[in-house]
Design a binder for this molecule. Structure first.
Ligand code: SAH
Length: 407
């Protein structure tokens, strides 16, 4: 019999709303024995639901999130077949969206929002990359990998479970090819080339950020492409040049791209070379700090017609919100100062701790201080393969605004 995690009185409320996390403070006791990652029954404490099994969850004794729900159906068995069903559902639901059809790079599993807490899976061509960040996901690695092979037909699965958040679950980093056919350097190594709207991009699944690429920005890169014609573009935090190359494809007059990472810029240059249809003479790559580069160009009275700000997560948790807000304001302020009349700013935050409302306030404050009249033209979010479960608002990390300054 599996162990039972008994909740304190009243602590079943979030579970009844189908929120998948059980925090340490909600747990009265664990009856029976469970090792990290084992499935436990979650049982309501005193009150209306006393003694009822409300969910099956993965036990994470090292984490503040003490358990993560696999299923809200008390009768559901958590076994290999469960993962096969969940993975197949996640892969199938993406087929409903025409914008995802035929994409070489696709997020297949978006963790909690696909009913699989701690599990990320991205497909790049014939390769799938998994990232497991919870004790429960770690325990079921083989089942998840098998299910992914069955659902996608891909034999090559690379494990990128090297994210820092694993430490909070008491897990060591793990990365490398999972056993199976067609893996390893003899078979093309860790570099995969994907096609994104006709632009070829190298994804290095072993060393790239996240699982190798920022798939969440795919649709926003397409939006940028449609706006780029004839414009002078500044792409800040360009990584491997995703926005930059789409801007060139859209007919930008000039694209200046800035990132502090030399390896990312090297890959960006490789990407440009992979796309001879693009006019590379219009592209300039700068290894620099965005903050300094913005200030330097502002002091030189330069102007741009279109600026992208896609910084890293400035606020990894709620504790960093104040400092992060200042950092977001700073770059947005300087970007506003650099915009030509009628120019566009595409600005993002991928900090879970900064909500849409706060982000909009920050951008509004930046426009005010820069003395620019500006209006939101579009609200931006992650692509359709990055759903946000309504019961899990924490899943909404990426938010963006397309803002136009007055002509
Ligand atoms: N827009 C990209 C993803 C950006 S990720 C895409 O669509 O693929 C954020 C990038 O910011 C990383 O490449 C990181 O190297 C870079 N970065 C982080 N801090 C920076 C700083 N202060 N100045 C310049 N680049 C920075």
């Amino acid at each position: 019999m599996s162990a039972q995690l008994i909740l304190h009185a009243g602590k079943e409320k979030s579970l009844l709303r189908r929120h998948p996390w059980i925090f340490a403070g909600s747990v009265a006791e664990l009856e029976g024995r469970a090792r990290p990652g084992d499935t436990v029954e979650v049982v309501a404490g005193d009150g209306r639901y006393a003694g009822q099994v409300l969910a099956k969850a993965a036990w994470s004794p090292a984490s503040q999130i003490r358990a993560r729900v696999w299923s809200f159906d008390a009768a559901e068995v958590i076994d290999n077949a469960f993962f096969k069903r969940r993975v197949a559902t996640a892969v199938a639901r993406r087929a409903a969206f025409p914008e995802l059809k035929g994409q070489d790079g696709l997020r297949l599993i978006h963790a909690e929002s696909d009913g699989l807490p701690g599990v990320i899976a991205d497909q790049y061509g014939d390769t799938v990359v998994v990232q497991l960040t919870s004790a429960g996901a770690e325990k079921w690695r083989d089942a998840i990998a098998d299910a992914l092979r069955k659902s996608t037909g891909c034999a090559r699965i690379y494990d990128r479970s090297d994210s820092e958040v694993r430490a909070r679950e008491g897990l060591e980093p793990h990365s490398g090819w999972l056993p199976g056919a067609g893996t390893g350097d003899a078979d093309g190594g860790s570099r995969v080339v994907i096609d994104e709207y006709g632009v070829r991009m190298v994804v290095d699944v072993a060393i790239g950020h996240k699982t190798g690429f920022y798939l969440d920005q795919r649709e926003n890169r397409l939006l940028l492409r449609g706006l780029a014609a004839g414009r002078r573009v500044l792409n800040c935090f360009c990584y491997t040049g995703g926005f930059s190359l789409q801007a060139l494809a859209g007919g930008a007059r000039e694209v200046i791209s800035v990132d502090s990472s030399a390896p990312a810029l090297a890959l960006a240059r490789d990407n440009l070379a992979l796309n001879p249809q693009l006019d590379g003479t219009r592209a300039e790559w700068l290894a620099a700090s965005v903050n300094e580069e913005l200030r330097r160009r502002r002091d030189a009275n330069e102007t741009f017609d279109l600026i992208v700000l896609d910084p890293p997560k400035f606020a990894p948790s709620a504790a960093h919100v104040e400092r992060a807000s200042r950092a977001y304001k700073d770059i947005n302020l300087n970007a506003f100062k650099l915009l030509a009349p009628g120019g566009l700013l595409m600005t993002y935050s991928c900090s879970g701790g900064i909500g849409l409302e706060l982000f909009q306030q920050i951008v509004a404050g930046a426009a005010l201080d820069a003395r620019r009249d500006a209006a939101i033209v579009r609200r931006l979010q992650g692509a359709a393969d990055h759903p946000v479960a309504l019961s899990f608002p924490e899943g909404e990390y990426l938010k963006g605004l397309l803002v136009q300054v007055a002509p």
